[in-house]
Design a protein around this ligand. Structure first.
Ligand code: PLP
Length: 438
């Protein structure tokens, strides 16, 4: 391995140069291309350290004070710390930090609150909902009966652009379908989700209300999205999206649901918890409670708004007309009727701009092809980019897509992307470590 390719992983992975090389290459990819996937972020080195720790060695089935294996004295302290920090971060009565992922957190709540066959009212997938909200491809739809609400139609009026959650439809379906659980939350929705009307509708029909905060959890912690805690019965979330922690899930809920939620996760759904990830979650919860993180969350939203404004100026239509959160959903059709989400994603990848294709509401193309793109600001905001960089990124996207058959134009964008990324390295300490080692 040449010195310039040396990475901080080489020392620990001396016996496995193949994996060491791949880790180094991925660090390089993350540092030299733009990360605009709305569900991704750059964790702190402290989060990386905790998730790469000896805690991975420990079996800890059960919960603090009630384990099935010996030797869990320290693990209990770790998990208690994570639970206390989660509770304090969100002002919640109870926290479960064991879900391996956001999907597991949702499955755990369904299992805790529902019997098989019970009805759940959640957001349509093709309007922005998540697989675990009843997709035919997900086990959730095989065990429970899902009914879906969607968005209102688009309008030409810039003051009321539409394509927001259709609360009248939520209320109507709640009355006619009598769900036992109502789910709010989305994977591709650029607007604030107010938990209050969902609570009112749930109360009218005697349903539980779960807020799936997988995406906005960091914005909620940072005070730039209304908190559903204390309004919803349960909030599930991921720790790796806007919250900027390790890959994983978590649940906060009222104290009276604690026992049911805990036993639904273990032994209901999972075996041994990933305590190295639980430690990293504890680190992330503490980071998210700082004034720095509040500034970060506000900047994430300011950056998304700046990106939205510049994209609109470049001729793109945005679903719901703009954004309140960390993402924008681009409808590519008015920009170029021939351009699919799949092709746009691929050409942007070649230009060093990483994002994902996404269906737009009532997309005429399949979920594999799509007519849209989803772009997010959490990762590059962590790297230090601001609104000026967002304007540059919008211009680079527009140029790449309009000159997509011109390889030299794509190469020119790729070079500009590399220059931009070089000014905002996500892991300067790791790169410095690599240079030192070389
Ligand atoms: C990302 C997401 C999930 C699932 O999280 P994973 O960690 O990928 O399992 C659940 N719900 C919503 C709304 C999401 O966006």
């Amino acid at each position: 391995m040449s010195p310039e390719n040396a990475t901080p992983f080489d020392g620990w992975l001396e016996e496995d140069p193949e994996v060491a090389r791949l880790l180094g290459e991925e660090l390089d990819r993350q540092s030299t291309t733009l990360q605009l996937i709305a569900s991704e972020n750059f964790t702190s080195p402290a989060v990386l350290a905790a998730s790469g720790s000896v805690l991975t060695n420990k079996y800890a089935e059960g919960y603090p004070g009630r384990r099935y294996y010996g030797g869990n004295q320290i693990i209990d302290e770790v998990e208690d710390l994570a639970r206390e920090r989660a509770k304090s971060l969100f002002g919640a009565e109870h926290a479960n930090v064991q879900p391996h992922a956001g999907a597991n957190a949702n499955l755990g709540v369904y299992q805790a609150l529902l019997e098989p066959g019970d009805t759940v009212l959640a957001m349509r997938l093709d309007h922005g909902g998540h697989l675990t909200h009843g997709s035919p491809a997900s086990i959730t739809s095989k065990v429970w009966h899902f009914v879906s609400y969607g968005l209102t139609g688009a309008s030409e009026d810039p003051d009321t652009p539409g394509e927001v959650i259709d609360l009248d439809q939520v209320a109507h379906l709640a009355k006619t379908e009598r769900p036992k659980l109502i789910v709010a939350g989305a994977t591709a929705y650029a607007r604030t989700i107010d938990p209050v009307p969902f609570r009112e509708i749930a109360d009218e029909v005697g349903a539980y209300f779960m807020f799936d905060g997988a995406h906005p959890a960091g914005l909620i912690a940072g005070g730039v999205h209304p908190s559903p805690v204390g309004i919803a019965d349960v909030m599930t979330f991921t720790t790796h999206k806007t919250l900027r922690g390790p890959r994983g899930g978590a649940i906060v809920c009222r104290a009276d649901l604690a026992k049911r939620i805990d036993s639904a996760i273990f032994p209901g759904l999972q075996g041994g918890p990933l305590e190295h990830v639980v430690a990293a979650k504890a680190v992330a919860f503490a980071e998210a409670a700082t004034p720095d993180f509040r500034r970060y969350a506000a900047q994430v939203v300011a950056n998304a708004k700046a990106l939205a404004t510049s994209l609109k100026a470049a001729g793109f239509r945005l679903v719901s007309g703009g954004t309140d959160n960390h993402m924008v959903l681009v409808d590519l059709r008015p920009f170029d009727a021939e351009l699919t989400g799949k092709e746009a994603q691929e050409v942007l990848d070649r230009a060093g701009i990483t994002c994902n294709r996404n269906t737009i509401p009532d997309d005429p193309r399949s979920a594999f092809i799509t007519s849209g793109l989803r772009l997010g600001t959490p990762a590059e905001t962590t790297a230090g980019m601001g609104t000026a960089e967002m304007a540059t990124i919008a211009e680079l996207i527009s140029r790449t897509l309009s000159q997509r058959s011109d390889e030299s134009a794509i190469a020119a964008v790729r070079a500009e992307v590399a220059e931009l990324c070089a000014a905002f390295p996500p892991y300067p300490s790791l790169m410095a470590g690599a240079a030192g080692r070389g």
